[in-house]
Ligand binder design. Structure first.
Ligand SMILES: CC(C)(COP(=O)(O)OP(=O)(O)OC[C@H]1O[C@@H](n2cnc3c(N)ncnc32)[C@H](O)[C@@H]1OP(=O)(O)O)[C@@H](O)C(=O)NCCC(=O)NCCS
Length: 160
């Protein structure tokens, strides 16, 4: 298992983080999901993060030396967003953010991943998520085939 990076703190996001989170989200999606159909302009994404995502969801950031390196957003038992700044993967930061999500929703979590996002799918499966179903893309605005995953506190944790 990846060792916990001790220099990284997990903190609740504040409205003043909106710009940095939006820049991270745009950079992470461009790097990890370059094939994705863009439905919204950068300006629309920035506005949505400030006025909807941070206002209605529960967002936590991973911070190192004052800089946000990743974030996770929950809506109840749904994990809506989990993104890292490009260049900071495989340091255990995603695991720290996911541990916070499980702490906040200790019984159950569900999430959608794009089917082509094999890196994220491997990460979630490593953390005990089970594939529930797959879809042809009709249920997301990008029209990209996706996969629904679920984690439950009662799921076996062997090897985690
Ligand atoms: C997916 C993501 C959140 C994972 O975060 P991370 O900090 O890189 O993951 P961790 O370092 O905590 O990895 C924990 C374990 O998950 C598994 N894992 C993580 N990334 C993996 C990959 N690319 N391939 C296979 N296994 C992977 C490994 O078992 C890893 O342990 P190891 O490094 O000791 O082998 C991150 O890579 C990311 O932000 N990707 C781009 C955005 C994205 O796709 N978000 C998800 C949208 S649904």
């Amino acid at each position: 298992m990846t060792p916990e990076p001790s220099s990284i703190t997990i903190e609740r996001a504040s409205p003043r983080d909106a710009g940095e989170i939006a820049a991270l989200y745009l950079a992470s999606r461009a790097a990890a999901l370059p094939y994705l159909h863009r439905c919204h302009s950068d300006a629309e994404v920035r506005d949505w993060i400030a006025t909807v995502m941070l206002a209605t969801g529960e967002t936590w950031v991973a911070r190192e030396a004052g800089r946000i390196l990743g974030f996770v957003t929950l809506n109840g038992e749904e994990l809506d967003q989990l993104y890292l700044l490009p260049g900071h993967s495989r340091r255990g930061i995603g695991s720290l953010l996911l541990a916070k999500a499980k702490e906040r929703s200790p019984e159950r979590l569900s999430l959608f991943a794009f089917q082509r996002n094999t890196d994220a799918r491997a990460f979630y499966e490593r953390h005990g998520f089970r594939l529930v179903d797959v879809n042809d893309g009709a249920r997301n605005e990008e029209g990209e085939p996706d996969a629904l995953y679920e984690w439950g506190a009662s799921f076996p944790t062997e090897g985690l």
